[in-house]
Write a protein that binds this ligand. Structure first.
Ligand code: TEU
Ligand code: CA
Length: 549
């Protein structure tokens, strides 16, 4: 039996707005992506996760969909999309679409109907409630605004939005909503797409009575209440129905953005019932926040190791990632950018420790170049609704300063600056005015420069991906932790039949002592710096993969 394709391929996440502009309007587009497919092929990726390209007013950069079956005008046409799909497939690269069905845009036709009157047939496509004593129906906080409710003057009721007020939540209790969603997904499958990344899929079912949250009140006294909207019993019913109606009988995959997943509940999604093929867990992404995403606590290697071991133990097949379009740049966050040497070495070290685990790698665009956080200084430079809302809520200088510290370290715009293709005008991203500022370091961090440098982060990613793609033990082997006590080194073995590989990564800025010499684990097959086989130490951020022969 061949393994499922989504286990054996490396995924690459494209954020279309910032990947490549083809017509000089400063906005990345589908034709731009088409022009860069040979680059993706040369990296060794086998699947693309494409962030939303549907028609959208971009209140949340495409995560607010106005029409699920139209391409955003700025990105191109349906013909461009078909060509992109065809060009990907002719290179043996699969296409996984990003789909947002917890909510739509408030400009979606369904919502326009829904808010037009209380007895409109679409009223029940969204979640409408009467207020309580002139206030919101309950105390829920939203991810992006203080309250999760907005009042509609026209019909005198409130609608629920877990994200911005321009992202009303769809009512999954309504069978017509589910039918519309499944039919739309099937039309995309019939077009030829290979799967979906389902946005915040674990919050689609809400506790029927929408009870008040009981946690600690945040801004405006509202309470963030995932106990009433994440992992509700009905979630599993809906996902099984979706599986039956859309995925069964197709060689397609589904990866869920499973906010609030834990090692305890994960198998309810990807275990034997197989509601999803893969899930994204956020334990690593949340580990430096301690309760608030805006905190930036320095990397705690033992904690990272616990998370990795817990997840490798909890489910049969993980997703392996260090960032995405919602996260800061990985090398700025968990690596060391204090010198050119350490920037390069730590970027390679992080990739090695993550992508050779058991699971499917997801690389976020630009990561393979070692792209870093951007030096945003003013509100005018920011584009992200989450960052702008955070600043809008600040009262006084101290709050503003704290917010800016958070935005610089953790803001989503860090990952959304344009791809750095060359040292030329606008990094080769656009001939026009880019929609968001470029990271000024494109003059030396860029694909063209790295292409010609055998020691570059880019060429290391290529070697790493090629190694994984060509090695059965790294694809399918068991995962076993080594050196669990080490506070600096992430180490593990991958084994399949008689093949054994050892991965050793010193994720600290100090030399790490090892209880063995490197040669005991065989011959090096990949490393980010020269190594002495008789040594029993690893240099700062040294990464080494050894093969036992
Ligand atoms: O993100 C959902 C999510 O769980 C948020 O907490 C996310 O971590 C957010 O970026 C907070 O920093 C998804 C998408 O990936 C994101 O881009 C969207 O804004 C969001 O859903 C709403 O659709
Ligand atoms: Ca464009």
């Amino acid at each position: 039996m061949p393994e499922a394709w989504w286990k054996e391929r490396v995924f690459y996440q494209v954020y279309p707005r910032s990947f490549q502009d083809s017509n000089g309007d400063g906005i990345g587009d589908l034709r731009g992506i088409i022009s860069r497919l040979d680059y993706l092929k040369s990296l060794g990726v086998g699947a693309v996760w494409l962030c939303p390209v549907y028609d959208s007013p971009n209140a949340d950069m495409g995560y607010d969909i106005r029409d699920y079956e139209k391409i955003m005008t700025e990105f191109g046409t349906m013909e461009d999309f078909d060509e992109l799909l065809h060009e990907l497939h002719s290179r043996d690269i699969k296409l996984v679409m990003d789909l947002v069905v917890n909510h739509s845009s408030d400009e979606h036709r369904w919502f326009a109907e829904s808010r037009s009157s209380r007895d409109n047939p679409y009223r029940d496509y969204y979640i409408w409630r009467d207020g309580k004593d002139g206030r919101e129906p309950n105390n829920w906080a939203s991810f992006f605004t203080p309250s999760a409710w907005s009042y509609d003057e026209g019909t005198g009721q409130w609608y629920l939005h877990l994200f911005s007020e321009k992202q009303p939540d769809l009512n999954w209790e309504n069978p017509s909503v589910r039918e519309e969603v499944y039919a739309m997904m099937n039309r995309w499958f019939d077009r030829g797409v290979d799967g979906f990344r389902m946005d915040v899929i674990t919050v689609i079912a809400k506790a029927p009575e929408l009870p008040d949250g009981t946690g600690a009140p945040g801004s405006g006294g509202y309470v963030f209440s995932p106990e009433h909207f994440a992992f509700q019993p009905k979630l599993h019913e809906y996902l099984r129905e979706m599986r039956r109606r859309c995925f069964n009988g197709r060689n397609c995959m589904c990866v869920g953005e499973t906010s609030f997943v834990t090692t305890e509940n994960a198998n309810s999604l990807v275990g034997d019932g197989r509601e999803l093929d893969l899930l994204f867990q956020f334990d690593i992404m949340d580990m430096d926040g301690e309760g608030s995403k805006w905190n930036a606590i320095p990397l705690d290697v033992p904690k990272l190791k616990q998370i990795i071991a817990a997840w490798q133990g909890a489910i049969d097949w993980n997703t392996l990632f260090l960032g995405n379009h919602d996260q800061p740049r990985v090398v700025s966050r968990f690596g060391d950018t204090s010198s050119c040497e350490l920037w390069k070495r730590s970027a390679k070290c992080l990739a090695t420790l993550m992508y050779l685990q058991r699971g499917t790698p997801f690389i976020y665009q630009g990561e393979e170049l070692g792209m870093t956080n951007a030096p945003f200084e003013t509100r005018e430079q920011l584009r992200d609704v989450e960052e702008l809302n955070l600043l809008a809520l600040c009262k006084g200088e101290t709050e503003l300063e704290r917010a800016w510290r958070g935005i610089k370290a953790k803001g989503r715009d860090n990952a959304r600056t344009p791809m750095q293709w060359s040292a030329g005008k606008n990094a080769g991203f656009t001939t026009g005015e880019p929609w968001i500022m470029l990271n000024p370091n494109y003059t030396w961090i860029n694909a063209e420069a790295e292409e010609g440098d055998p020691d570059s982060v880019l060429n290391y990613y290529r070697a790493l991906i090629a190694l994984r793609n060509g090695t059965p033990a790294l694809l399918r082997g068991d995962w076993r932790e080594l050196l669990p006590e080490s506070e600096q080194v992430v180490a593990y073995a991958r084994e399949l039949e008689s093949e054994e590989y050892t991965v050793l990564c010193n994720l600290s800025g100090e030399i790490a002592e090892l209880p063995f010499t490197l040669s005991e684990f065989g011959e090096p097959v990949l490393s980010n710096m020269p190594s002495d086989p008789t040594a029993a130490t690893l240099c700062p951020y040294q990464a080494l993969v050894l093969k036992r022969s």
